[in-house]
Design a binder for this molecule. Structure first.
Ligand code: FAD
Length: 365
């Protein structure tokens, strides 16, 4: 029996969900979205991302990131056309950031005894002389950096290979997705991966969604290792990170993590501070020439889909024939949690299919 699925959203969450679902031949998958890979838009977070793996979850919420790492590592090793490369990451901590009131969301990345030390390879504490000035301690591990342009397009290609059909649609209500399958049949499962769109989308209207604004500068300069620091003296909403994307994707200098700020235009003052902090943390970025040595490709702003109570991955029964499986609210970790979350989407879909009496035992991948 065909299982008719419409995935709403074509960011990394929707595409990874569609890819894993399309591995079952019984699933007929259509992806509908306002924005697709190739677009740059303030309503579409995925192209703006770095994107690397710097774990942010607490140990108890670490499932999504833990389960994603092995697949990103495999793609890096075995699938060069996915556009991912290994990079060392260095994380620098300041005691005053850990003690600051309202100290923000990636706290667990800066833990002095992080859960991820047994997951990401080559973890070690840095010696005092390896820590950059103004910081108290740090650690290093092997991570990856994804060229988002290449990777999102690769995901689309993998979906097409499995028979997924893509359609440009602007939904005003999630229930409209029910009639949008390319099969012509009503969908019995709708996957909602509309991220920040879920705030206003009829039938969802999740008012706990808000942006965590990310301003970045993309430069041609090359630099490794990747860097992230626990805080800055410029503002509680400003952070410092550097990551060089794979396959000529440029180097991302960040940034900001500003919850509730919808501003889509880059702020020139923030941009200046981002560039100054980057060359201070990594003088080698410009061979010691300061910010004048940066070759800017573009200034950008992306809105991370932040949700007050964290990601929402659950079933909601729409009517007796159709369920919605939600997968949205990934804030700043949508790539590094993408496979773990999509795997849960598949589990929920399979639970629905079993409840409806389908026999999944003989199903090939
Ligand atoms: P989106 O990419 O926003 O996709 C939403 C989709 O839903 C789009 O296709 C959109 O068109 C569609 N949609 C929404 N509403 C509607 C509607 N009404 N009708 C039809 N379609 C609709 N994550 C990491 O893991 N590592 C990083 O290093 C990292 N760095 C980042 C750096 C920056 C600068 C930014 C901005 C983000 C970063 N992130 C990172 C976070 C990551 O980008 C997001 O978590 C992720 O992209 C969210 O993906 P998504 O598919 O859920 O949402």
């Amino acid at each position: 029996m065909a299982n008719v699925i419409v995935v709403a959203g074509a960011g990394v969450s929707g595409l990874t969900s569609a890819l894993l679902l399309s591995r079952s031949k019984a699933n007929k998958v259509t992806v509908v979205a306002k924005h697709m890979p190739g677009d740059y838009d303030i309503e579409y977070a995925s192209p703006w991302a770095g994107a690397n793996v710097l774990p942010m979850a607490s140990e108890e919420n670490s499932r999504w990131e833990r389960r994603t790492w092995p697949e990103l590592k495999r793609l890096t090793e075995e699938v060069p056309e996915a556009g991912i490369h290994f990079q060392k990451a260095r994380v620098y901590r300041r005691v005053k950031d850990a003690e600051a009131p309202g100290y923000h969301l990636s706290d667990y990345l800066f833990s002095t005894d992080p859960w991820y030390k047994s997951v990401l390879p080559d973890f070690r504490e840095l010696s005092k002389d390896e820590v950059i000035p103004g910081h108290d301690s740090g650690c290093e591990f092997t991570s990856v950096c994804i060229n988002t342009v290449v990777y999102l397009s690769w995901l689309v290609g993998q979906c097409l290979k499995n028979g997924v059909v893509f359609k440009r649609v602007v939904l005003t209500d999630i229930r409209e997705a029910k009639s949008l399958s390319h099969t012509g049949q009503p969908a019995n499962i709708i996957v909602n991966a509309t991220a920040l769109g879920s705030l206003k989308l009829g039938g969802v209207e999740d008012t706990t969604m808000t942006p965590a604004r990310a301003q970045i500068v993309l430069v041609r300069n090359e630099y490794h290792p990747m860097i992230a620091t626990s805080g800055t003296d410029d503002s509680a909403t400003e952070i410092t990170y550097i990551m060089q994307r794979a396959a000529g994707g440029g180097t991302i200098l960040g940034g900001t993590y500003d919850i509730g700020n919808w501003e889509s235009a880059p702020d020139p003052n923030i941009a200046l501070r981002i560039m100054k902090r980057a060359v201070e943390a990594a003088p080698g970025l410009t061979g010691g020439k300061g910010i004048e040595g940066l070759s800017v490709i573009r200034h950008g702003v992306g809105l991370r889909p932040w949700r007050k109570d964290g990601v929402r991955i659950e079933e909601e029964v729409l009517d007796e024939s159709t369920s919605i499986v939600h997968n949205y609210g990934h804030a700043g970790w949508g790539y590094q949690g993408s496979y773990g979350c999509a795997e849960r989407v598949v589990e929920l879909v399979n639970e629905i299919r079993k409840r409806k009496g389908e026999d999944l035992s003989g199903e090939g991948k």
